[in-house]
Design a protein around this ligand. Structure first.
Ligand SMILES: O=C(O)[C@H](O)[C@@H](O)[C@H](O)[C@H](O)COP(=O)(O)O
Length: 249
């Protein structure tokens, strides 16, 4: 059903890519991987902390997770990024996750920590950094961060050229993103790289070339922010369909 590849970059760093035959098996594989990570974290530490992503790719993953066997009362849901809009706006990542998943599973509402896109951006970023510290405690590490990849190699809301894309100290930042004409809130590489597990989900042949540059090209994280993601504990796992993986071999 899937093939695991080790992809070497010019600097010798290795990424793990799991390639599924088609979109449907990628979505099922992503949901299974998240459910297994939840079971493992709950068995080891009594809870599972996950940061969700936005965009189109995760929606079917969330819909599938809604019927997975997961111990939802022990799950704590965070967000990797948010658009600065109201939580009722169709562009809100929280809104998307709520409709596709959160409204359909018994996750306690006090376990859902959303980025407040309706507040002044800088204040919302600082408030979320404080909330992460409170909720995650001493080690401040999320169990899993789910990410996508944009056509310009952005991930979360870490867009090319933004200071946030290479931030190593602050965990949450607000940035005005010229390219999309709006403010965004995002976890920074400091927060993402501290996570126990990072999972990218990427689909489609229109992502094949940018994915090749991110995983096999020279390191230039300011231009290719997804390259700033190199978790300390274990390399990120890239879940791909065959189309997205077309240029990796
Ligand atoms: O809020 C968002 O838009 C994101 O979190 C963003 O980083 C997304 O993951 C990529 O843009 C890929 O999006 P697609 O899955 O729609 O291609």
């Amino acid at each position: 059903m899937s093939e695991t590849l080790s992809v070497a970059a010019p600097d010798g760093s290795i990424s793990e890519a799991v390639v599924y035959a088609d979109f449907a098996s990628l979505i099922a594989g992503a949901a299974d991987t998240i459910a297994a990570a939840a079971a493992e974290a709950i068995a080891a530490r009594g809870r599972f902390t996950i940061a969700l992503s936005g965009g189109n790719t995760p929606r079917p993953v969330y819909q599938r997770l809604a019927s997975a066997t997961i111990d939802w009362p022990h799950v704590h849901v965070f967000f990797g990024d948010e658009r600065c809009v109201s939580p009722r706006d169709a562009r809100s990542n929280y809104h998307m996750a709520k409709v596709a998943l959160l409204d359909r599973v018994p996750v306690p509402s006090e376990h859902v920590y959303r980025l407040r896109g309706e507040d002044p951006p800088e204040a919302a970023a600082d408030a979320y950094a404080a909330e992460l510290r409170r909720a995650l405690g001493e080690d401040g590490r999320l169990d899993l961060v789910l990410l996508g990849l944009g056509h310009d190699a952005h991930t979360a809301s870490l867009f090319p050229g933004l200071a946030a894309a290479t931030e190593t100290r602050r965990t949450v930042m607000a940035s005005y993103v010229e390219f999309v004409g709006m403010w965004r809130l995002s976890l920074t590489p400091a927060a993402i790289n501290a996570a126990r597990r990072v999972l990218f989900v990427v689909t489609g042949e229109d992502k094949a070339e940018i994915l090749r540059r991110v995983l096999k090209g020279p390191r230039e994280p300011v231009v290719l922010p997804a390259q700033a993601i190199h978790p300390k504990e274990r390399p990120a796992t890239w879940l791909l369909d065959r189309q997205a993986a077309a240029k990796l071999k």
